[in-house]
Design a protein around this ligand. Sequence first.
Ligand code: GAL
Length: 679
Amino acid sequence: MSEPKTITPGLSEIAAGIWRVRLGEPEAITPVSVRQSVPRVAELPAVGRPPFDWEQIEFRTAARGCVVTLPLGRDEGLYGLGLQLKSHLQTGKKKTLRTNSDPIADTGDSHAPVPFYVSTAGYGVLVDTCRYASFYLGTHSGVDQWEARAQEKQRAIAEGTEDLYKLRAISGRVVVDIPVARGVDIYLFAGPTLGQAVQRYNLFSGGGCLPPLWGLGGWYRCHGKSTAAEVVALAERLRRDQLPFDVLGLEPGWHSHSYPCSFRWSAERFSDPDALIASTRALGYRLNLWEHAFVHPAAPIAAALRPHCGTEMAFDGLVPDLLTPEAQRIFAEHHEQTLIARGVAGFKLDECDHSDFIGYAWSFPEWTQFPSGADGEQMHSLFGIRYQHLMDSAFRRQGRRHYSEVRASHALAAGLPYVLYSDLYDFRDFLRGLVNCGFSGLLWCPEVRHAVSADDLVRRMQAVVLSPQALVNAWYIQNPPWEDAAATDLIRQALQLRMRLLPYLYTAFARYWQTGRPPFRALVMDYPADHAVREIDDQYLIGDALLAALVAPGQSERTVYLPCGGWYDFHTGQRHEGGQRLTVPAPLAHIPLFVREGTVLPLATPVQHVNAATVFQITPTVFGQGEATGMLFEDDGETFAYETGECAWIQLRWTRTAAPEITRSKELPFRRYEFRQWR
Ligand code: GAL
């Protein structure tokens, strides 16, 4: 990225349509100042002026830190602030952004609090801080508004508490209260639409990630105490039962010591890890390993890391200062040499968030001091993101893509191939996470664990196959959870839907990489002017053409809002005119899924797993009347060659009058897709 261009003192243009407003004296440690991702902003289209008059931004310092006030129009819908599981539309809310593994209330606590919000007015704002900042999004007015508010808010006498305390009218400002800091940089992202502001932010973050193809297949995490023999038996059984899975995850029991971790194999349960990797690979699986970053004395890296750790422990382990290059290097090299180079395909980076809502305060406290100069508060915000980067760098050096899991993230994460998850388990919150994650450059998985009934299990499975990661996390479940519920056929059906959509999903991720457009996103991102979508937090878009309306456990029908334009029922092909609400029946086997008019959907014949040689049999399926188009992304699916042009975009085009056309942007030495009869 070129040097920021100073427009006037305090305002610089960072890239086309991205401005930085410098207020006071920003702290040395912030998400942008310590970033490791490289912005991909060179090709952004130019935009003339900041999205709103930057001089309207007010700033003051106080003994408690500093306060920034930004303008807010009365009709604006604000979204984002990271993985918010409890609310969708943020206008009229106060959120304190704290990294927390128990986001049990709508306070702002989150596995991934991101100080970035976007507006239906078509802009985004990043507040470059890793403090636990509070965002007051249209909640409060200063005394200068005293008379004006009295006029506006004549209220009737309430007859219930909900009515009494509900927001009457939003104030004309967003106030951000930042503890400790004496100044802060504010980044403004132009749209012109909400969706384009998100894309600009994602490209500033480095562009969206592109997982390896296999990462988008099915995932199964084994019981925490499994032995190698049990893992192989499960692997064989899943194949026998024709349940498509690509990844097997090992939980804490693979370590010789866990809680805290040794990062070496348990001789008792996994005496020959190379043999395990080879035998599961031969069955078509990749192996993913659980860990957290807190170091046990038995870890081979313990002595080397000791000088580069914080003053307090977490889970009785050392907390490496991931802001220092030394700790990052020691940690990454160990993983690269002893695990990644030997075939481990990815990791689950657990517990890098924080909790103080539970009795056992298991993470490091805020008063911890780190050699880099960071305190515990700053480190909580950055720990997850630095952890992701260091492991990602090890895979890059090996020239292999990975797809991994992480339990904490923050700003500028879009390019990192990690999916967030939680120990919470509320279906509705999990679904809202899926809708909200795309505002903030995040991916989220509503993982399946136990279920209280077959209905519960199947509905959860339907959610997970239409999410960034099709994960069954059986870490405390001995046998596959569908065994008890006798729901194997319905589970297989859900996984097969995932495999049918796999090339489509992969292409949606390739667009994320190329343009920053999130593969999973809320309706308001594509339809910001439609007031009817503003509060829809149980429907979402997947890629360019699909709209999912998942059904909650216990329901057998639901209402679905279709935005303007024509939509087709994915299952029956029935056309519906958009701009209206429908009631759709949803028996247990059915997931309401709609296809945008004018789409050629490249549906694949399901495979059991993906490998380098997989050639998908594609049935281009037309949803339209006059003409329709679709896209497929083609590359080797595993390396970084696509970044230097070893990839192709395949356009599928259908018109009522002419023969269907398939055009490739480039010929590659291999073919990933074979086309069958169009439908
Ligand atoms: C939790 C994690 C679970 C599981 C468990 C193993 O922190 O969220 O998914 O991995 O640890 O101890």
